[in-house]
Ligand binder design. Structure first.
Ligand code: SAH
Ligand code: SF4
Ligand code: F3S
Length: 435
């Protein structure tokens, strides 16, 4: 690759933090004077990868192949994200790429691109002591619902998970830097901010916990909604639970993964909480905010999982009545303790368990949506729907709400929910009379 790129495209494959990183890389390239283009024509394509399950990792290699153009040329390719961190130089051995940059080093992307353009080796998977955030440009125009990373990394070492290796140790960004970025996001058009962290509720600065940060953000004019994700049960402190009772902008939604309903499996996963301690946390959360929508993550087919263990997961899902949940088939990851564990669950059994679990989760979700029919709530309009005049927004409980309206994307409107489906609800905008 001999010339410097003039146009760029960033494609993100992972979690919300990965999407946030993609936005920041995009802003970096724009500051360098590059303009955004689509993947088929951009001079530089950044593949912002995810390593969480095998399928996610393999995607990057098929994607690299697809970047080849009809005339036989290809763009400059930068592999960023968690696969870059985990596989490093290995990527260049498997495929032709120009830059490899890890999640804690992407502030160096412009230098790496310049190096690659001059034909030099461009790899940076360092985890520097000084965080990348100080070196990033300020936020530009954002969507009504914006992400803000406040905490990164993980010290929990669940036995199946690569994140502690790809993201590094738990670090919290400073209070003032976060408040500044939140204000910049609001100035750039955000009405809702979702605070992100691998263990977001472990965030702390100088004795202040996430609840104090949320209370500070609550005072920002123009910011209407605050959310946070993903939380770990062991970091769910009472102060944060209390914030759900009295911070009006904090939305009634909690994503609190449990992974399994079986204590035996939770122990093998090194989750360091039990089924019961998890359920007791939810009791306290519901006491603070009775209408809270709960969400979780589940893994089926972990090594050694028996039918009885799996039944414990199903019973937990039924007991909690999640508004929403994600479920995954266990994927052995290189370098993790679980990858060496005995008791592999046969693929067809894991498939069947996943299907049964998803059916039970789906029932709960449909019931949650059905229960909201007749409710009045605020909806933040986020995107266009398929039908003319239709917009799609989010309820406080993070349901997708479809409605026909003259209001604009970014507006918050009062809606009465009229009907419910398995994955969304539909509503009618209420005409507000001037007070
Ligand atoms: N920090 C968050 C999210 C981690 S990744 C947490 O602790 O909950 C998101 C989800 O992916 C996890 O909650 C888990 O359910 C799933 N996951 C992680 N590693 C996995 C693996 N090896 N196989 C299948 N699912 C996995
Ligand atoms: Fe992975 Fe567990 Fe850390 Fe979540 S808490 S990122 S599942 S190691
Ligand atoms: Fe994937 Fe890395 Fe997020 S592995 S889930 S992109 S932290």
């Amino acid at each position: 690759m001999a010339t410097s790129p003039k146009t760029y495209h960033v494609k993100s494959f992972g979690c919300q933090m990965n999407v946030y990183d993609g936005e920041r890389m995009s802003e970096l390239m724009a500051r360098q004077g590059l303009t955004e283009a689509d993947a088929a024509s951009a001079d530089l394509v950044v593949l912002n990868t995810c390593h969480i399950r095998e399928k996610a990792t393999e995607k990057v290699y098929s994607e690299i192949g697809r970047l080849r153009r009809d005339d036989g040329s290809r763009p400059m390719i930068a592999v960023a994200g968690c696969v870059a961190q985990a596989e490093g130089e290995e990527i260049s051995r498997r495929a032709k790429v120009d830059v490899v940059v890890g999640p804690q080093a992407y502030h160096n992307l412009p230098d790496l691109v310049a190096k690659a353009a001059s034909g030099k080796r461009a790899l940076d998977t360092d985890m520097p002591a000084a965080s990348k955030f100080g070196a990033l440009p300020s936020r530009r125009r954002v969507s009504p619902s914006a992400f803000l990373t406040v905490q990164e990394g993980c010290d929990k070492f669940c036995t199946y998970c690569v994140v502690p290796y790809t993201r590094g140790a738990e670090i919290s960004r400073p209070f003032a830097a976060i408040v500044d970025e939140a204000k910049a996001l609001v100035d750039a058009g955000a009405k809702e901010i979702t605070l992100l962290g691998q263990n977001v509720n472990a965030w702390e600065d100088d004795g202040r916990g996430l609840d104090m940060l949320i209370r500070e953000l609550d005072a920002i004019d123009g910011l209407a909604r605050i959310r946070y994700t993903t939380s770990h049960p062991n970091d769910m402190r009472q102060g944060l639970i209390d914030a759900h009772a009295d911070v009006e902008k904090l939305m009634p939604y909690l994503h609190l993964p449990v992974q399994s309903g079986s204590d035996r499996i939770l122990k093998a996963m090194n989750r360091s909480h039990s089924r019961d301690s998890y359920l007791r946390i939810l009791d306290r959360v519901r006491a603070a905010r009775p209408d809270i929508a709960l969400s979780g993550d589940f893994i089926v087919g972990f090594p050694g999982e028996t039918d009885a263990d799996f039944e414990d997961t199903l019973s937990l899902v039924r007991e909690v009545r999640y508004a929403h949940a994600f479920s995954f088939k266990y994927s052995p990851r290189p370098g993790t303790p679980a990858a060496g564990m005995e008791g592999e669950v046969e693929a067809h059994i894991a498939d069947e368990r996943l299907q049964r679990l998803q059916a039970v989760i789906g029932e709960g979700q449909a019931a949650f949506n059905a229960d909201s029919v007749g409710r009045r709530c605020d909806v933040l309009l986020e995107r266009k729907g398929r039908r003319p005049g239709q917009l799609i927004g989010k309820s406080p409980w993070l349901q997708s709400v479809h409605l026909v309206t003259d209001s604009a994307i970014g507006d918050i409107v009062t809606v009465e929910i009229e009907s419910a489906g398995p994955n969304s609800v539909a509503g009618i905008e209420q005409i507000r009379t001037a007070a």
